[in-house]
Structure formats: structure tokens, C-alpha cells
Design a protein around this ligand. Structure first.
Ligand code: UT7
Length: 331
């Protein structure tokens, strides 16, 4: 069997219109613009409208990516949606998205790897292309984290935002597209970042709601320590697997959790901050949507051109991490 390379041939993103600034948050919890900016780098984030769901955000991003790829939804062979805030426990948001795209029949499933979800999604999509099972794969990272955040908890509510990014994968020439995939997880850290209630281990009840267990809970400084270590390490491993060195890297597109985490990763890679694409000041941490939205913006701003080497790297709840090194093959 011929193993085929997979490359990104279409990109799209969607950000809800409503902007929530650090100033707005000052009126909601005991925080201030200076603390948020210096500790995280975030100035504002987007919040989905009341009638907007994760699948709606995913739909807009998917439409843009399909248009960019120059294909119709009918030509898709597979849909993968990465999300930590899916529309429902089930059915999969990918199936709801399929319906919104007006198509039928193709396999569609969700993938849960939290903030590393889009990178995991690309990795899975690439396997379908490698084996010839699919020719056009839609991978989406979409979140309405505003629905699972406790807006009274300053430890978390200042960090996150809503948004979606999508990519279309197709078979490309050998040596182009995805050059390496590096994924990992450590379940020993399962407690550090989670939504405790609403699943099968702690079903939703009046009690769980009263205790706020249906919201995101995070041990921020522990996650921070893990992230500082793993982001640089994962990017480095990706480059080693691709047979490349830091000199070959045009742009790092990191998960946009915290400016200090990104700078630690760049220090570890011995690369200047100018080589990292950052938009977390405008959107905060959008979990699985962070990397595809950043990639889409970097591409549209012409920070990426044909032949460039891109390193996507992320980490998240689980704990999970991953990196993908790509030779950019899209014109
Ligand atoms: O995608 C993965 C998702 N998670 C993450 O990426 C989170 C990773 N962690 C982080 O980014 C950082 O740990 C935070 C930004 C969450 C926190 O920064 P930190 O430098 O680790 O601060 P800290 O948690 O050690 O808290 C320092 C102080 C505490 O006060 P005391 O105990 O020193 O008096 C906090 O209560 O800052 C306080 N604090 C705040 N103050 C103002 C915590 N949140 C806030 C806030 N505004 N929003």
C-alpha cells in the first residue's frame, strides 16, 4: 500500500462578534487589566452570542476552509471535530456540523484532547489520507468555553474565549505537508484541569450545580509548570522526528494559553519570539480552536508561504500534548 502525505489545502476561522475586555472583567470579578496582561498577555476575548453553539462556530469556520480549499462540502470524506465544549455529551458535534453543512453519510466524529485537540485531529485525519481511506478531510477545532466557565472564578474566567478554526487536508506530494507528528498524554494529571460534573462519574444534579461542579476547575500553577516543560519539549521532538533543526523553522504556531508559556517554549527552542505567531492578546485561550485560528490568521497575514516550515504545538487537559511539523504546500 502506498502511504500518502497529507497537507493543509484550505483554512478558515470564525470569531464571535462580542468582545469582552479586561476592563469588562474588572466589573465582574476582583481582577485588573494590569494583572491579566502581565500574567497572561491577554487583553480581550470573544464570547459567543446566546443563540450560538459550538457547532455554529464550527460551521462558519468549516465553510471558510472549504471555500479556501476550492471544494464543496459534498466532496468531503471525513469530518473530525476537536472540542472540550461540544454542543452535547452526545451526539458528536461533528454529526451536528455535518447536518449544518447539508451533507449525509460520511464518517463524522468528535475527538477530545482538550487544547491539543486540533493537533490530535490533524494527526488522525492524516492517517486516513495516508492509507487512502479519505481524500478530503475536514478537521475543526471549535469551542464555546464561555458556557463552561464560572464567571465568578477569577482564576479561570479571565483566561478563556470562544472561537473556531478549520482545515481541509488532502494528499500532497511526498516531502510536502505533514513531515512529523508527535503526540503524548499523561493521565496522572487528569485532576489538574477538568469539568468534574455532567459526565457518567458525577451526573448533573441540583447538588453538583449548587457546588459549581459543572464549571471548569483548574490548578493553574501546576498546569503552568507542566506547560512550560512540555511545549518546548514537544516542538523539539517534532523537529527531531522531521529530521530538521531550529534553523529550518519559519514560524511556530503555538497553543495560545499564556504569553509566558510561549516565551518559555521559544527559549527552549533557542528561537526569537518574532518566530512565534501570537493572537492571544485578542482572543485569550480558545482551547482546541487556538492553533487553527492562529494558523489561519498567520496565513492570511502572509507570515506563511509555500515551502516554509511550520511547527504547531499545544498542550491541554488530560494532560495531553502534541506537535506537528509541516512543510507549507499551499500557495
Ligand atoms: O490550555 C490549558 C489551560 N490552562 C492554562 O494554560 C493555565 C496555565 N496557568 C497559567 O497560565 C497561570 O498559572 C495563571 C495565569 C492561571 C496564573 O498565573 P500565576 O502566575 O501562576 O499566578 P498564581 O496562580 O500563582 O496566583 C498569583 C496570585 C494569587 O494571589 P496570592 O495567593 O498570591 O495572594 C492569586 O489569587 O494572583 C491571584 N490571582 C489573580 N489576581 C488578579 C489569580 N487570578 C487572578 C486574577 N486577577 N484574575
Amino acid at each position: 500500500m502506498e502511504i500518502k502525505s497529507a497537507g493543509i489545502v484550505g483554512l478558515g476561522s470564525y470569531l464571535p462578534k462580542r468582545i469582552l475586555t479586561n476592563g469588562d472583567l474588572e466589573k465582574m470579578v476582583e481582577t485588573n487589566d494590569e494583572w491579566i496582561k502581565t500574567r497572561t498577555g491577554i487583553s480581550e476575548r470573544r464570547i459567543a452570542a446566546e443563540d450560538e453553539t459550538t457547532s455554529d462556530l464550527a460551521f462558519h469556520a468549516a465553510e471558510a476552509a472549504l471555500e479556501d480549499a476550492g471544494i464543496s462540502a459534498e466532496e468531503l470524506d471525513l469530518i473530525i471535530v476537536a472540542s472540550a465544549s461540544p454542543d452535547m455529551l452526545f451526539p458528536a458535534t461533528a454529526c451536528i456540523l455535518q447536518e449544518k453543512l447539508g451533507i449525509r453519510g460520511i464518517p463524522s466524529f468528535d475527538l477530545e484532547a482538550a487544547c491539543a485537540g486540533f493537533i490530535y485531529g490533524l494527526a488522525v485525519g492524516a492517517q486516513f489520507i495516508a492509507t487512502g481511506l479519505a481524500k478530503n478531510v475536514l478537521v475543526v477545532g471549535a469551542e464555546t468555553l464561555s458556557r463552561i466557565i464560572n464567571w465568578e472564578d477569577r482564576n479561570t474566567c479571565v483566561l478563556f474565549g470562544d472561537g473556531a478554526g478549520a482545515a481541509v487536508l488532502q494528499p500532497v506530494e511526498r516531502g510536502q505537508g505533514i513531515l512529523s507528528i508527535h503526540l503524548g498524554a499523561d493521565g496522572a494529571g487528569e485532576d489538574l484541569l477538568k469539568v468534574p460534573a455532567g459526565g457518567a462519574s458525577l451526573p448533573a444534579s441540583i447538588d453538583t450545580v449548587q457546588q459549581g461542579l459543572h464549571y471548569m476547575h483548574m490548578q493553574g500553577s501546576e498546569v503552568f509548570k507542566f506547560a512550560v516543560r512540555v511545549m518546548g519539549e514537544a516542538a523539539e521532538q517534532g523537529l527531531i522526528k522531521a529530521g530538521l533543526s531550529k534553523e529550518d523553522v519559519t514560524l511556530v504556531v503555538p497553543h495560545q494559553a499564556n504569553m509566558r508559556i510561549v516565551s518559555a517554549a521559544m527559549r527552549r527552542l533557542h528561537l526569537p519570539m518574532e518566530k512565534a505567531y501570537l493572537n492571544l492578546d485578542r482572543y485569550g485561550n480558545m482551547s482546541s480552536a487556538s492553533v487553527p485560528v492562529a494558523l489561519d490568521e498567520a496565513y492570511r497575514e502572509k507570515r506563511i508561504k509555500h515551502g516554509d516550515v511550520i511547527v504547531m504545538v499545544g498542550f491541554g487537559a488530560g494532560l495531553t500534548w502534541g506537535s506537528i511539523v509541516m512543510k507549507w504546500c499551499k500557495q
